[in-house]
Write a protein that binds this ligand. Structure first.
Ligand SMILES: *Cc1c(COP(=O)(O)O)cnc(C)c1O
Length: 469
């Protein structure tokens, strides 16, 4: 009998004790669909000669059926353990919120709020009013506006300031951020006309000067975010660009990308100017994200001169791109923490992870390994290896933060299977494979991930070859 022929009938699977035990928990149709899905997948894998970790046994298939049932009936959006070492991991939800923001969400979410109500006057107010003052205080700007994300902020700014007119951008700054945010595309969408200046590796002040014309609406500087230019390069600084803008009476804007509110150079040796430094150059407008280095909720923040921001607040796009009360609650709480720099570094998870010393990460990794070794089976092992974490999220692409990783192995279980089984849990544990080892970076593992890790490591998959039916 071939492996294919040995695939059990659906009825037989339904009578396996593991499946029998959960039969009353699910509608029959859902149960049948889950069983069929897993058997079909098995059949496909066998046909492709790709049995890999699959076995035609209840021991191998029942857990997959249960996982399929959980996936079909459980939440789509779930908490995961980030063991990748990428701090601002866009695929994993970017910034985990600080406790204070979580508490605010809890307070605001289930009740009415003064979202657009002026409590002093007892009449309609603006939702933007809640964040403007604190953003101005933290950045030194005259005015501020918050929209759905930074892509939206750039779109709104270009639509409001430059529709039908030219925007000058250095060829070295025509970036693609990923997830389809490309400067030329956003520009087209806004109705602004892109005018490229300079070359890919070198752009000089005179490139802007010779390109400025009657029709120039804006000089735009874009943060390189996810790549570095090295070698024979030249770029025009924000300060120089502001001077050129003044010379020709053309406004200057920077898409700062990630954007930070702290002097990261002093705090963490990270070469990223604070938004306050941008504003200090006299620039007219800066946009940045709320959930990258800032460490708060997804949002796009615009700060700068009132005379440019006031019309944007009334632009029809502003209504379409506005934030909801949950974002507002989380962002306000996060921004408040910044009023005390030391508190920000201690309480905002992104900043805590970014500034944690290699020695502190190593100590956490040792404690974590010790705890997990108590629950793993005898044929599994956890060792500690040195490596590097990354900021991620298009912030500081060249930064390598020394870290300690847990390297996990188990006899008879390939790293691929180990990775898959940890990823397929109720609370998935996401790591990576390198040199035949499954690796978890201690830097991005949070204290409250521990119970989930203990549960996951207490039930690592069992070893063994593909068994014949
Ligand atoms: C990340 C990034 C964006 C997009 O920001 P979102 O908040 O993800 O919309 C835009 N521009 C730059 C330079 C970025 O780094």
């Amino acid at each position: 009998m071939t492996l294919l022929q040995s695939i059990p009938k659906v009825d037989k699977v339904l009578n396996w004790p593991e499946i029998e035990a959960v039969r009353s928990l699910y509608p029959r149709a859902v149960l049948l669909k889950a069983v069929r899905t897993v058997l079909d997948r098995l059949r496909d894998e066998l046909r492709r000669g790709n049995a890999g970790p699959w076995e035609v046994t209840a021991q191998c298939l029942a857990p997959r059926i249960l996982a399929e049932l959980a996936a079909a009936t459980g939440y789509g959006l779930r908490r995961v353990v980030n063991g990748t070492g990428i701090i601002i991991h866009t695929n994993l939800g970017r910034a985990p919120l600080p406790d204070a923001a979580r508490r605010r969400l809890n307070d605001i979410a289930g009740s009415y709020s003064n979202l657009e109500y002026d409590l002093e006057r007892g009449e309609r107010g603006g939702r933007g009013s809640h964040l403007e003052e604190i953003l101005c205080r933290l950045t030194g700007a005259e005015a501020a506006l918050v929209v759905n994300n930074n892509a939206a902020a750039v779109l709104l700014a270009l639509s409001s300031l430059a529709a039908g007119r030219e925007v000058l951008v250095s060829r070295g700054e025509l970036v693609e951020i990923g997830g389809s945010f490309r400067i030329p595309d956003v520009m087209r969408q806004s109705g602004a006309l892109l005018r490229e200046v300079g070359t890919t590796n070198r752009t000089h002040p005179h490139d802007y000067r010779t390109a400025v014309a009657q029709d120039t609406a804006l000089l735009l500087k874009v943060h390189a975010s996810n790549f570095g230019l090295v070698g024979f390069t030249a770029e025009v600084s924000v300060r120089e660009l502001v001077a050129i803008g003044r010379e020709y009476s053309v406004p200057v804007m920077a898409d700062a990308g990630s954007g930070t509110l702290l002097p990261l150079r002093e705090l963490a040796g990270i070469d990223e100017p604070a938004i306050r430094d941008y504003i200090g150059t006299g620039i007219d407008l800066v946009t940045f994200s709320g959930d990258k280095l800032l460490g708060g909720a997804q949002a796009g923040i615009l700060v700068g001169r009132k005379k440019y921001l006031e019309p944007m607040k009334r632009h029809p796009l502003a209504r379409a791109l506005r934030i909801d009360k949950l974002t507002l609650a989380a962002l306000e709480a996060t921004l408040r923490i910044y009023c005390d720099e030391r508190r920000a570094v201690a309480e905002i998870p992104v900043l805590r992870m970014l500034t944690e010393s290699a020695a502190a990460v190593a100590a956490r990794a040792r404690a974590l390994a010790k705890r997990l070794r108590r629950v793993i089976p005898a044929d599994a092992a956890i060792s500690l290896v040195k490596g590097f974490s990354q900021a991620g999220g298009g912030a500081c692409p060249l930064l390598e933060l020394p870290t300690t990783l847990l390297a996990v192995t188990k006899e008879g279980v390939s790293p691929v299977r180990l990775e898959e089984s940890l990823r397929n849990r109720d609370v998935p544990v996401i790591g990576r494979i390198s040199r035949e080892q499954f690796l978890l970076d201690a830097r991005t593992i949070q204290d409250d991930d521990l119970p989930h890790l203990v549960a996951a490591f207490g039930s690592l998959p069992s070893g063994g070859e593909v068994k014949k039916g």
